[in-house]
Design a protein around this ligand. Structure first.
Ligand SMILES: NC(=O)c1ccc[n+]([C@@H]2O[C@H](COP(=O)([O-])OP(=O)(O)OC[C@H]3O[C@@H](n4cnc5c(N)ncnc54)[C@H](OP(=O)(O)O)[C@@H]3O)[C@@H](O)[C@H]2O)c1
Length: 265
């Protein structure tokens, strides 16, 4: 497939592929959308607010060969997810790459204070949206014998936490879901993996970055002594989405400045 990407013909070529990125309008998702497009993919950028999604697609479409559409949906709404897939297919045809990036972190505190409503909403956003989108997209992927499911997790879900209950529970479920899909559909050409970011400079993490006590706690385990940038997650996603990641399946890759390998004594 000929296209304007500088990566055409390389291991990282995404020409002819179509990617759906939830939460693709800001933060990590925006970097993922921009880098997938830069590598040749058509990109469906999803967020709740049209203005931010349109700003991202305008930036992509302004570049040579960039092809992106902005669609609004709330990932906690099943009907919204169906409409998102319909709109994406209308724009570009079958969807080859799902990046389930948008996430909810709406409760901090002890388990005794985690209400059913908070837990259900968080499960809807961080786990059921991944399942619903995967379920809807897999038939096309299987028919074409090529597909990528990429879940954006968190290193918080690699540990136990007394404060991040619903967030880590839902992200933990999503990590296991991806492993199951990898086993179930690997031979059909599907690859399903999780990228777990550590602390990355985005709107979601700004409160933590601005709080010296919280930041010091996070950085205590870092092996690189700094927080990450959205592009440092996007690069891993491009690898997993492209031929370069073709032999990686069912894995959880921590992009965390080594926070999860350090033994603190
Ligand atoms: N930043 C970190 O340090 C960090 C660390 C570990 C894991 N993560 C994970 O990385 C992912 C991205 O986080 P981020 O830091 O990039 O967040 P962010 O900067 O707050 O961006 C969130 C993106 O998701 C969209 N979004 C939020 N809620 C949504 C919903 N209910 N439905 C649809 N779209 C929604 C937002 O657009 P709208 O507001 O327009 O909806 C925006 O595009 C999340 O899954 C998060 O858990 C982040």
């Amino acid at each position: 497939m000929t296209h304007a990407s500088a990566f055409a013909g390389t291991l990282f070529d995404l020409g002819g592929r179509t990617a759906l990125v939830t939460g693709g309008s800001r933060g990590i998702g925006r970097a993922i959308s921009e880098r997938l497009a830069e590598h040749g993919a058509n990109v469906i950028v999803c967020g709740r607010k049209a203005a931010a999604a349109e700003e991202t697609t305008a930036a992509i479409n302004a570049r040579d060969g960039g092809r992106a559409v902005a669609l609004t949906a709330n990932i906690t709404d099943p009907d919204g997810l169906s409409a998102l897939i319909d709109g994406g297919r209308q724009a570009f045809g079958p969807i080859d790459i799902l990046v389930a990036n948008a996430g909810l972190h709406i409760h901090f505190g002890p388990s005794a204070e985690m209400s059913d409503a908070v837990l259900e909403k968080t499960l809807d956003g961080n786990f059921r949206a991944l399942h619903r989108l995967t379920q809807a997209l897999l038939p096309d992927m299987i028919a074409r014998r090529w597909g990528r499911i990429i879940n954006i997790g968190t290193i918080a879900a690699h540990f136990g936490s007394g404060r991040y209950h619903s967030y880590t529970l839902s992200k933990g479920l999503a990590m296991q879901y991806v492993r199951n899909i990898a086993v179930e559909h690997g031979e059909a050409g599907i690859r399903a993996n999780t990228v777990s970011p550590g602390l990355v400079r985005t709107d979601m993490a700004q409160g933590l970055i601005d709080n010296p006590v919280e930041l010091a706690r996070e950085m205590a385990r870092s092996t690189v002594g700094r927080f990450g940038e959205p592009d440092e997650i996007a690069g891993v996603v491009v690898m997993l989405a492209s031929a370069a990641g073709g032999y990686v399946n069912g894995q959880t890759i921590a992009a965390d400045g080594g926070q999860t390998i350090r033994y603190v004594i």
